[in-house]
Design a protein around this ligand. Structure first.
Ligand SMILES: C[S@@+](CC[C@H](N)C(=O)[O-])C[C@H]1O[C@@H](n2cnc3c(N)ncnc32)[C@H](O)[C@@H]1O
Length: 370
């Protein structure tokens, strides 16, 4: 093994908190400086002390939630790593690796998982200083507080999250009737944000319908999805493109995180929260007719078929004046599914640009399906 090979486990450009502020942490930083200059050290964590180490702040675990939104993962570089792993898992923090005997342990220890945040914007400054940015949009402080709460649970860009806040606020202020539906919940950050905004601006709780396999994406479909791009983005050269409804091994998010985000972080009413676990192709068509009116349909399924089935079965229930939010316009499969769907409507809707990937439109008033 080349002496830097173990460091390739760390995703390109990751922002890291190092747990430990002693000799082992120093050694880890020396390895990084020599072989992975793209990896940024945001802070150190230690169980007891504060202050600074190697010119970065040392935070205690209790103050970690404040930094969590700014970091992708933790590397535990301490001789006390078994105890630290336990402490992290007890606090439901599982995005960590362990550095021991001069290398990153691969596979990571039991309970640890790495969830790629590849869709987050690359602007480090924006991410690190998010709470201090003045962006000039309405209700900025309210939105920022809510977004900060959900950031650890979402892959969506901050621009996309701000737009989602704004859409929900508008739905509440105008009293647009109907449920909030998300297809592609992942770890639940966007769903929790819709819930938080309803709690902040709404006078009554909405039904929240949350669809996901909670096993990640199904297999892609060669010819419909851009399989080669996804292979590159996800660094998975063997990603299958044969379209079976089986886990492709990508973006699997445990339903527990989504529950935590919506029910514990946002503290939304469990009686109004409905998790629909399974493949959209199997869960959406049979239940679509009984969901009632939809005020906001948020589609985040990344793929052609995942988007198409939701548009076909759920769009008819979006009320005129209601919103459809497409998270993945930049992915060829999702975009084509939308374009194919638009071809079935009287006219193509005007798409508002949210960020490089997100789009939304409003279903025209006075229309049936248009
Ligand atoms: C990009 S993630 C969702 C991100 C999430 N909305 C957020 O705020 O970070 C895409 C999700 O779509 C789900 N998904 C994609 N296609 C699906 C399908 N056909 N059936 C069920 N779930 C699907 C995956 O399991 C994954 O959790």
């Amino acid at each position: 093994m080349r002496n830097d090979e173990h460091l390739q486990t760390l995703p390109h450009g990751s922002i890291v908190a190092v747990y430990g502020s002693g000799g082992r942490a120093r050694e880890f930083l020396e390895h990084l400086a020599a072989h992975r200059p793209d990896v940024l050290i945001y802070c150190f964590l230690d169980s007891f002390c504060g202050g600074h180490f190697m010119e970065r702040p040392v935070l205690t675990l209790d103050s970690w939630p404040e930094a969590q939104g700014a970091c992708d993962l933790i590397v535990v570089a301490s001789m006390y790593h078994p105890e630290i792993q336990k402490a992290l898992l007890t606090k439901s923090i599982s995005n960590f690796f362990v550095f021991e005997d001069g290398r990153i342990l691969d596979p990571p220890p039991a309970g640890a998982r790495y969830v790629s945040n590849f869709k987050r914007p690359g602007c480090l400054w924006n991410r690190k200083h998010w709470d201090r940015l003045i962006l000039g949009y309405d209700d900025e402080a309210v939105f920022k507080e809510a977004i900060t709460q959900v950031l650890p649970f979402t892959m969506v860009s901050q621009e996309g999250l701000v737009a989602l806040c704004d859409i929900v606020r508008y739905c509440e202020e105008l009293g647009i009737e109907g449920a909030f539906v998300e297809c592609g919940v992942g770890q639940g950050g966007s769903s929790a944000l819709m819930a938080l905004m309803n709690l902040r601006y709404g006078t009554a709780r909405r039904e929240l319908h949350l669809f996901d396999s909670f096993q990640g994406l199904p297999e892609l479909v060669e010819g419909k999805d851009d399989v080669s791009l996804m292979r590159r983005l996800l660094e998975m050269p063997d990603l299958p493109g044969t379209g079976r409804l089986v886990p492709a091994g990508v973006m699997a998010a445990d339903q527990r995180y989504a529950r935590q985000a919506v029910l514990e972080v946002a503290k939304y009413d469990a009686g109004h929260t409905h998790f629909h676990a399974g493949w959209f192709q199997e869960t959406v068509p049979p239940i679509a007719g009984s969901l009632g009116a939809i005020a906001l349909l948020r589609l985040d399924g990344d793929l052609y078929e995942s988007t198409a089935v939701c548009l076909e079965h759920l769009y008819p229930h979006v009320v005129p004046g209601g919103f459809v939010y497409i998270d993945d316009w930049c992915l060829a499969g999702c975009r084509q599914a939308c374009l194919d769907f638009f071809a079935t409507l009287d006219r193509r809707p005007y798409l508002h640009v949210l960020d490089q990937c997100g789009r939304f439109w409003r279903k025209p008033e006075g229309s049936g399906q248009v």
